[in-house]
Design a protein around this ligand. Structure first.
Ligand SMILES: [Zn+2]
Ligand SMILES: [Zn+2]
Length: 286
């Protein structure tokens, strides 16, 4: 799972600002250092609040917070061991302790089972670990700046299937919960769907996982996180179709389609195709 729009610092040069004849009383003040700006004005978007802030050229060079994308005031930065920086505000909202992140994820698993107990349960053959960007580099052999979490199927020493969920350290609490729900949904797919035989598309699987996270956030009235899920273009629109289909046809129908559907992904304008499923005849009792 990737964060969308990561570290996009939108710097707009307001050309000829000094020529506009703006009175000194209205001089722009840098949102970071608080000093009046002489010269180039940069506009940056706070990825947490969505607010546009103006900053000076000196502050534009400072290290940026990996959560909000804003430069961090000198002396207020928290540097993580993997080289990421956090601003003082966002440092308060993120989960940095490994055992805390694992506990939160265990809580999410319980939450998913309670929320969907009438339909299914989520796998228990799962180990949860917490990683940072250096671990991610080792796993993927490349930089993955927007990585939130990943799930890997494994075979244990007794030949049984297991899953390892890796969660990125330093995520805001809501994002950590949603990522955990997303990754648990991948383990559900791994246990319940024959991806190749079924011909399930990658975007559809991601859309399903995001929908599960969305429904969990909805049950916790986490409107901000719900908004973040909908803004993310990661699933190429599949998450929106899943949410709509769940409202119309119910969660049970979604699970049936995931397992036995005849199309690779959901189609806008043709959500009724979610009803086309090839449920296999029950196996003879032994
Ligand atoms: Zn995913
Ligand atoms: Zn920040």
């Amino acid at each position: 799972m990737q964060r969308h729009g990561w570290n996009l610092l939108i710097a707009i040069l307001i050309a000829g600002f000094g020529l506009c004849g703006a009175p000194a009383a209205l001089a722009d003040v840098c949102a970071i250092c608080g000093k009046p700006i002489n010269g180039t004005v940069y506009v940056v978007t706070d990825q947490v609040t969505g607010a546009r802030e103006i900053i000076c050229s000196d502050c534009a060079k400072l290290p940026r917070c990996y959560i909000c994308g804003l430069p961090i005031k000198k002396g207020e930065e928290l540097e993580l061991p993997d080289g990421r920086y956090l601003c003082a505000r966002d440092a308060k909202t993120v989960v940095l302790k490994t055992d805390e992140a694992e506990q939160i994820c265990a809580g999410v698993k319980g939450g998913l089972d309670r929320l969907f107990f009438r339909f299914t349960s989520f796998p228990t053959n799962v180990d949860v670990t917490v990683i940072d960007h250096i671990d991610a580099y080792t796993i993927f052999q490349s930089e993955s700046p927007g990585l939130l979490g990943c799930t890997k199927p494994l075979t244990d020493e007794n030949g049984r299937k297991r899953y390892e969920i890796s969660l990125m350290t330093g995520l805001p609490l809501s994002e950590l919960k949603e990522t955990c729900a997303h990754e648990y949904s991948h383990t559900w797919v791994g246990e319940n769907v024959n991806r190749t035989q079924r011909g399930l598309g990658r975007d559809a699987e991601e859309g399903f996982c995001e929908m599960v996270g969305y429904l969990l956030m909805d049950s916790q009235q986490d409107e901000l996180e719900k908004k973040r899920i909908l803004q993310n273009r990661y699933t190429r629109g599949q998450v929106d179709l899943f949410i709509e289909a769940e409202k119309r046809y119910g969660f049970d129908q979604i699970l049936d389609w995931m397992k036995y559907g005849t199309t690779a992904q959901l189609e806008a304008g043709h959500l009724e195709k979610i009803r086309d499923v090839n449920v296999p005849a029950p196996a003879a009792a032994t």
